[in-house]
Design a protein around this ligand. Sequence first.
Ligand code: B12
Length: 169
Amino acid sequence: MPTSPEVPSPRHHGCPSATPVNIVLGVIGADCHAVGNKILEIAFREAGFRVNNLGVMVAQAEFIAAALETDARAMVISSLCGHAEIDCRGLRERCLEAGIGHILLYLGGNLTVGETDFPTVERRFREMGFDRVFPPGTAPEEGIAALWEDLRRRGCRQPAGDTKGPGRA
Ligand code: B12
């Protein structure tokens, strides 16, 4: 499965430059590791995103519903417990089915158990349709910089004003 297609879907064709960029954040699957999620929420919000933080133990369908509801440009997904491959399988395809095939998919955390060769891990998740895959312990700032870079390529720019998102917390 390639990464998100070059041709944008009818939705997610870029963002009006004056409005804040919505993202959906969460920890996927049965994973309950909560601390990094809260840190990511604060960091992305302070960086200017409107963060819809779904928290921990989030199903793929919940990510997709939230992305549709908020017209999100990206899903920023964590997986810490080592089950990322199972929990993330089919997500890109489900996004395509839902009409948000062009949404950016970011993934980070402790994605596997006992596998230390990150380039191999990264390749596997890229083949599953993730746009960016981050190794264990990646600082939120690295993800934020990458996201602005990807969004800029799609015609978005960082807004100066409203940074409050529709998140739960
Ligand atoms: C605390 C903890 C727990 C607590 C969680 C409490 C809670 N509600 O949060 C409890 C005790 C419940 C727990 C349970 C389990 N845990 Co635990 N846990 C940890 C521990 C010690 C710390 C996690 C933490 O809070 N880190 C601090 C935060 C700030 O860091 P972070 O989560 O990594 O997130 C940062 C970065 O990774 C990054 N990041 C994260 N996601 C993303 C995404 C993107 C896009 C980007 C850019 C960056 C990014 O930014 C975050 C903020 O700085 C880690 C070991 C460790 N030192 O990391 C193990 C660890 C994650 N747990 C582990 C395991 C195995 C489990 C269990 C399966 C154990 C068991 N057999 O039951 C269960 C799973 C339960 C479940 N359903 O999820 C393993 C995972 C193994 C793996 N993947 O290889 C670890 C690595 C321990 C180990 N070395 O074996 N755990």
